[in-house]
Write a protein that binds this ligand. Structure first.
Ligand SMILES: [Zn+2]
Length: 452
């Protein structure tokens, strides 16, 4: 009994921080509208099935630009435009990785070159594989033991973190630097175990980067099953691997991010909601990040449909080139700075279209506390986690300019099973989960627009 009294007192106290009955009714109206009439799921089907994957620089990406422009108009945006951005063009081409078996024949391994990696110019490059399980172990190897070898970084995704993004961040050091580390000690190319939470053989591509003044050796990735098998083979004897690939950078190209907005009724300061329109060149880019794109468009559509009178301008941004350069986000930040356009807040959805569980807040303590004080409004939608302090990479340039930024935090248990793989398809997305994410972003933007 006493507990109930204290709890009621606390809940009553929360209303002091700017949430009211009116807000909880508006939250319900927004959620009901999106769950019943949301277009995001059918739009995602259209994007993934009729355009498919859309790496920067491809014709498919350019089709997706036209697609997003039309969808923003359909959503009722007052203004839609393209923002020019120079993007790097990386091409995969043909690729194969083989190992020599006991009887002297070659066996093909399922693999992908990492994004932005150079290839072998269509020539065979072969050598003996040496395996390390960690960067620390690699550091201890003298260059003489690495020279002319192929380095297999067999670092497993840490299954113990419930927040899988922590495991991903830890493992991404391998994807980013395997090639540079291999080149430093004279190795021929690098193989990394995929950044994958799944127990399967699907390779996960993703971005890598070459340091300046170091030779650009190729980096490829293999799935968990192949990595385990290779580890077993290496226990008993020396194994030779052979890579033949054509991937590489092919200069730069003019492309576009796509922007649509609803004009503010009181002023033109901007609230951004966004995702990235590009994807890797395998799968369909459904969770990463078709989901974030259709959710952002859904936010605009819902404001229009419900006739919510927004004080500030609400802008949906479909960023170009997040995956292999973040040029869209950088250009957006640069343009905002040059035009002195005031930005109040920005949120990105780029962690999959799964059930929303929270919102990560990268901002000062006052703003953070204010948003956290709205938690009771979000609880009926299963959204409780406001503890994260990071936000999406496309809006990092805005954050650097002092803009409070955030990221939608969906349930993270399945994302890294399929992230950057052929398995990231429309069929892996659930309509209700996807649309609830859009509802939560709309609700948050409604509160920010009203209170900031
Ligand atoms: Zn993404």
């Amino acid at each position: 009994m006493k507990k109930i009294v204290i709890l009621s007192f606390l809940l009553a106290g929360m209303t002091v921080f700017g949430q009211s009955k009116e807000d909880s009714i508006q939250f319900s109206t927004i959620s009901t509208e999106i769950l019943n009439n949301g277009k995001g799921y059918t739009e995602l089907k259209d994007l993934t099935k009729n355009i498919g994957n859309r790496l920067s620089g491809t014709e498919a990406y350019e089709k997706s630009v036209k697609w997003a422009e039309q969808k923003l108009r359909d959503a009722g945006a007052d203004k839609v435009w393209l923002q020019e951005v120079m993007i790097p063009v990386w091409v995969r081409g043909k690729e194969s990785l083989q190992i020599k078996t006991a009887d002297g024949t070659w066996k093909k391994l399922k693999m992908l070159s990492l994004g932005n990696s150079e290839g072998t110019d269509g020539k065979d490059v072969s050598g003996e594989i040496i395996m390390v399980r960690s960067l620390e172990e690699y550091d201890k190897l003298p260059a003489s033991q690495v020279k002319d070898k192929i380095v297999f970084f067999n670092y497993p995704f840490n299954q113990s973190h419930v927040q899988t993004f922590i495991s991903y961040r830890e493992a991404s050091a391998y994807r980013r630097s395997a090639a540079n580390l291999t080149a430093q000690k004279g190795g021929k190319f690098a193989i990394i175990r995929s950044l994958s939470s799944a127990f399967d053989d699907v390779p996960h591509t993703g971005n890598m980067r070459y340091d300046d003044n170091i030779s650009k050796v190729p980096a490829v990735t293999i799935g968990n099953t192949t990595a385990d098998e290779l580890e077993l083979l290496l226990k008993n004897k020396k194994i030779t691997a052979k890579l033949n690939s054509n991937c590489g950078m092919k200069g730069e190209k003019l492309s576009h991010s796509v922007i649509g907005e609803i004009t503010g009724k009181k002023d033109q300061s901007v609230i951004v909601v966004g995702g990235h329109l590009d994807s890797w060149d395998v799968g369909e880019g459904a969770h990463d990040d078709g989901a974030g794109i259709v959710q952002s468009i859904e936010v605009l559509r819902t404001f229009k449909k419900l006739g919510i009178q927004n004080n500030h301008t609400i802008r949906a941004v479909c960023f170009a080139n997040e995956e292999n350069g973040t040029k869209g986000g950088k250009q957006y930040g640069k343009t905002a700075k040059e035009s002195n356009e005031k930005h109040l807040f920005a949120i990105e959805s780029d962690a999959g279209g799964f059930s929303p569980r929270g919102i990560s807040l990268e901002m000062d303590d006052n703003n953070r506390k204010q948003i956290q004080s709205w938690v009771n409004l979000f609880l009926p939608y299963g959204v409780y986690n406001f503890e994260g302090k990071y936000s999406g990479s496309d809006i990092a340039p805005l954050h650097e300019m002092g803009v409070p930024t955030a990221e939608l935090v969906p349930d993270p248990q399945r994302y890294f099973d399929i992230h950057h793989t052929e398995e990231d398809t429309f069929e892996k997305v659930n309509r209700r989960e996807l649309l609830l994410g859009a509802a939560v972003m709309t609700q948050l933007i409604y509160m920010i627009d009203k209170n900031w």
